[in-house]
Design a protein around this ligand. Structure first.
Ligand code: SF4
Length: 106
């Protein structure tokens, strides 16, 4: 009987510990954001703000080109950050830009 109570007590404590470890506030689950200094970002000339793109280096860039009107943007139009096929799991800024920008169809 005592062994059964000990096992049950252990199981309860284990479940509580598992829940404590598994529960993390929602913000902590948010995807990591691309840094402009990340290797892929540098290679693609990515900037968080399309207005800060070097016009001499990227003469085909237009100020109207932003991540959230790019065909590779994976978020909704109003999302401030979302995924992009070029950056794997990391999120990029809606107002960002990189040299892989393509007009969103439609
Ligand atoms: Fe932004 Fe498009 Fe470049 Fe992705 S491919 S970072 S959505 S401009």
């Amino acid at each position: 009987m005592a062994a059964e109570a000990t096992r049950r007590s252990f199981a309860v404590r284990l479940a509580a510990a598992t829940c404590a470890v598994a529960w993390v506030p929602g913000a902590a689950w948010a995807a990591a954001r691309v840094e402009e200094t990340d290797e892929t970002a540098v290679a693609l000339g990515y900037k968080h703000d399309t207005k800060k793109v070097d016009a001499k280096k990227y003469p085909k860039h237009a100020a109207t080109q932003r991540c959230n009107n790019c065909g590779l943007w994976q978020g909704a139009a109003a999302d401030p950050w979302a995924g992009c096929a070029m950056f794997g799991r990391k999120h990029i800024a809606a107002e960002g830009w990189c040299m892989a920008w393509v007009q969103k169809p439609g």
